[in-house]
Design a protein around this ligand. Structure first.
Ligand code: GLU
Length: 304
C-alpha cells in the first residue's frame, strides 16, 4: 500500500528526503541596502523555524554590472548583520554551462527561437498603448517568431546579435496541466496553499540575452533545482515572475519549491526603502554609527 503523504511535507513543503533548504540570492551589482537586509533576515528566520539550511547565491550573470568588489562588500555586510550561511556561496557566472544545457533542451523540444530585435524595434512595434507584461514592459509582439529557420541560421552565422526566446504558446501547449498551473504559496501560518499562476501574461520571455548566455528566469530555476532549494523566499516584486518559473519547472521536470514572497521595505511615500534608512548602503549606515542590532530592530527582527 502506498504510504500516506508525509505530514511535514503538507505543512511546511519540506522535502521528504531531508531538511528544508532556503537561499538568499542577491545580485552583486551594487551595495546591499535595507531591502536586502530584510530579505536575508526573513530567509534566516524561516530557515530557523523550519530547521532548514540557508544558502547564499550570487546572481552575477550580468557580467557588465556585477563586480567582485560588490560581492566582497555583500559578504562583509551580511556578516555584520549577524547572518551565517551553510557552505560557500554559489556564483551563477560559474555555471553558464548548466543554463545552456537546460536552454538546449527547450530548443530540442522546438520551444525556442532566435530574436534579432533591438529594444527600440520592440517598443515601436508594440506601440505606446500595446499590451504590457506584469513588470510593465511592452509584451514582445512576436516580430521574429516566424523567421524561417534557414534565414535565422544565416543571420546567426553572419554574427548578427540575437537573444533566444521561449515560444510561450508552444510551451503552454506542451506543459500546461489540465487544471492550469499553480504555485504552492507558504502562508504565515506555515501551511501551503495552491495559487493559480499565468505564465502567458509574460509572452515570449527571453531565455538567453544578446550579451549573456542565460537570463534571470533560467538561472534562478536551474539553480534552485540544482541546489535542492525547497523554499524560495524573496520580495513581492518577484511574485509575478514565479509564473514563468513554474512553467520552466514543468518543462524541465524539476521539483516545485514552496514560495513565500515577502513585503518590500517601503517608505512613507511608497518607495521601496524605509525613509529613515534611506536607500543608503548598509555599509554607509554602519559608517554613520548604526549598530546591526538597531537596523535589525527597525526591520522587525530581534535576532539575526
Ligand atoms: N537576484 C534577485 C535580486 O537580487 C533575487 C532573485 C530571487 O530571489 O529569485 O533581486
Amino acid at each position: 500500500m502506498q504510504q500516506p503523504a508525509n505530514a511535514d511535507e503538507a505543512v511546511t513543503g519540506a522535502s521528504v528526503q531531508g531538511r528544508p533548504v532556503l537561499r538568499f540570492a542577491p545580485s552583486p551589482n551594487g551595495y546591499l541596502h535595507a531591502g536586502h537586509a530584510y530579505s536575508a533576515l526573513v530567509n534566516a528566520r524561516l530557515a530557523r523555524r523550519l530547521g532548514g539550511r540557508l544558502l547564499l547565491r550570487f546572481e552575477d550573470i550580468d557580467l557588465t554590472r556585477c563586480r567582485p568588489e560588490f560581492e566582497a562588500a555583500a559578504l562583509e555586510d551580511l556578516e555584520w548583520l549577524g547572518l551565517r550561511f551553510d557552505g560557500p556561496p554559489r556564483r551563477q557566472s560559474e555555471h553558464f554551462d548548466a543554463y545552456a544545457a537546460h536552454i538546449g533542451r527547450l530548443t530540442a523540444m522546438g520551444l525556442t527561437y532566435p530574436c534579432f530585435c533591438s529594444r527600440r524595434q520592440i517598443a515601436a512595434a508594440a506601440g505606446p498603448d500595446g499590451p504590457r507584461d506584469p513588470d510593465g514592459a511592452p509584451l514582445y509582439p512576436g516580430l521574429c517568431r516566424h523567421i524561417p529557420a534557414g534565414e535565422a541560421r544565416r543571420r546567426i552565422a553572419a554574427g548578427e546579435p540575437h537573444a533566444l526566446r521561449l515560444d510561450m504558446a508552444a510551451a503552454l501547449r506542451r506543459a500546461l496541466p489540465p487544471g492550469g498551473l499553480a504555485m504552492r504559496r507558504l502562508t504565515p501560518a506555515l501551511v501551503t496553499e495552491p495559487v493559480p499562476v499565468d505564465p502567458a501574461a509574460w509572452g515570449d520571455v527571453v531565455l538567453a540575452r544578446k550579451e549573456t548566455p542565460t537570463s534571470y528566469h533560467v538561472s534562478v530555476v536551474v539553480d534552485d533545482a540544482l541546489q535542492g532549494v525547497t523554499h524560495v523566499v524573496r520580495g513581492q516584486d518577484l511574485e509575478a515572475a514565479t509564473a514563468v518559473h513554474r512553467l520552466l519547472q514543468q518543462l524541465w521536470g524539476l521539483p516545485e519549491p514552496v514560495y513565500f514572497h515577502h513585503r518590500l521595505v517601503r517608505d512613507e511615500t511608497g518607495g521601496k526603502l524605509a525613509k529613515s534608512l534611506g536607500s543608503k548602503p548598509l555599509r554607509q549606515l554602519r559608517a554613520e554609527g548604526v549598530a546591526a542590532a538597531e537596523l535589525r530592530a527597525s526591520l522587525g527582527f530581534a535576532e539575526p
